[in-house]
Ligand binder design. Sequence first.
Ligand SMILES: Nc1nc2c(c(=O)[nH]1)N[C@H]1C(S)=C(S)[C@@H](COP(=O)(O)O)O[C@H]1N2
Ligand SMILES: [Mo]
Length: 507
Amino acid sequence: MNVSREETATAASAGVCGVAGSFALAGRTPEFVAAPVSALVVDLTPGVVTTAAIRGLGDWGHRLAFGLALALTAGLLAAVALGAVRLGGRSEVPYTSVAAGGGAGWLLALAATGTPTASLAVAGPMAAVLAVGERGWAVGRDAGPSRVSTSRRKAIAALGAVAGFAGFSAYRGADITGVEPGPIADVTDEETQREADDLLGRADEQSLGVSGLSGLVTPTDEFYEVDVNNVNPNPSDGKWDLSVTGEVEREVTFDFEELTQLNVENRFVTLRCVGESLNGEKMDTAVWTGVSVSDLLDEASPDGSGTCCVLVRAVDGYYQEFPLGALEDAFLAVGMNGRRLPRGHGYPARLLVPGHWGEINVKWVSEIEILGEEQQGYWEKRGWHGTGPVNTVAKLHAVNRLGETTDGSSGGATRMQVAGHAYAGTRGIRKVEVSTDGGETWTEADLSEPLPGEDVWRQWRYEWVAEPGDHEVVVRATDGEGTLQPEEFAQPFPSGATGWVSRTVGV
Ligand SMILES: Nc1nc2c(c(=O)[nH]1)N[C@H]1C(S)=C(S)[C@@H](COP(=O)(O)O)O[C@H]1N2
Ligand SMILES: [Mo]
């Protein structure tokens, strides 16, 4: 088969523009044509590779997988477009390539997304490129002696147009979030809303107000997000439900309405990812609105004897297994910081398990299966041990120079401030100590007043007068049971980071 450069370029451009058109319309929602390819890439990646990528590349591993999915999808569409171009070249009928390529692109997109209208965003740009290809390149070919320069100019213009379109769609699609979460009163009542707002106000008041340190509640759009997939599900209230199955007296299913008819309350809960580095930023707190999981379990009545654990499944194919006991005080959240859950945090409902690593706080939760025997969850299959209680940590995220002072012995001393958050799950934080001499001597830091709730972090703050030079600041927490945060350093893999955070502060 003899394929010309023009044909290849047209087909490749059609593939890129098909993906770009789809992203401009759908963003990272399931209507994006590359969404199922992305899920497939994640699924087919062996666990050891995933874990190695997380350890070696961090969040870039995720981006790489998404980039690969985009390239594969564009390649697939380009292959279809190439077939259409070849067909058009042999046909007497004008625009055969446009009809064939646009039609095949539409069918492929429909197969991938199941949405006829959204699939037009793939077919349209593909057809447009094929039309330009059939007209434009052909004219270039007939242009006689000036052919080289004409076709080069055309190639540059075409490349520019494709790149421009891809850039535009990357910008457009990035803003598309799927559901727009309304106020939590929409699905509960005014009193629940007022209480959530009051709690937010209270967190604001109790925050230590240190410059450069986030408050006791993390604003929703700054709350960390960890998903196995690059494209999150977008279930609607009407289509979503949650079942309790397995070793139960009777299996029960709740739809969203039924769920919100239960006793709704607001709770402060902190989440932390087992995969984050020791002083990382994947630890945040919100006011969550929801119902107690035991209310759901009561209706199903798990068989008392012979049950050990639960397998919780989600709409995105994620699943986690952990001891049944952990569900006793668990919460099913439908709201976050006074509004409904955003799609990225599990709309319409997610699990919150007090004191446990983030990974078992299953988002888009769809089934709670009571088990008689242990199984491995998604991350445990990939080598992690992240289903248990969190490690104790005191982070150091703010270093502030408060001003020159005269109380230093040699003059020229500076009043310094360091601060951060401390968290120990349901054990709570008893104290945080700071050393400014590399761990020789320790002083207790100020702590924010505890917020109500059994699984909430605290802020700490420490100020001292520092002589000019370098100071090795170390910080460590003691949990509510009196246990000091272990000093020995460990990487996040497989059981969460340990050690004391330290930082050299130059004055
Ligand atoms: N369905 C589903 N639930 C999930 C995940 C996921 O990928 N899919 N990620 C888990 C992990 S590893 C963490 S740390 C928390 C993060 O919750 P957040 O994204 O709301 O901060 O969600 C957990 N729940
Ligand atoms: Mo996580």
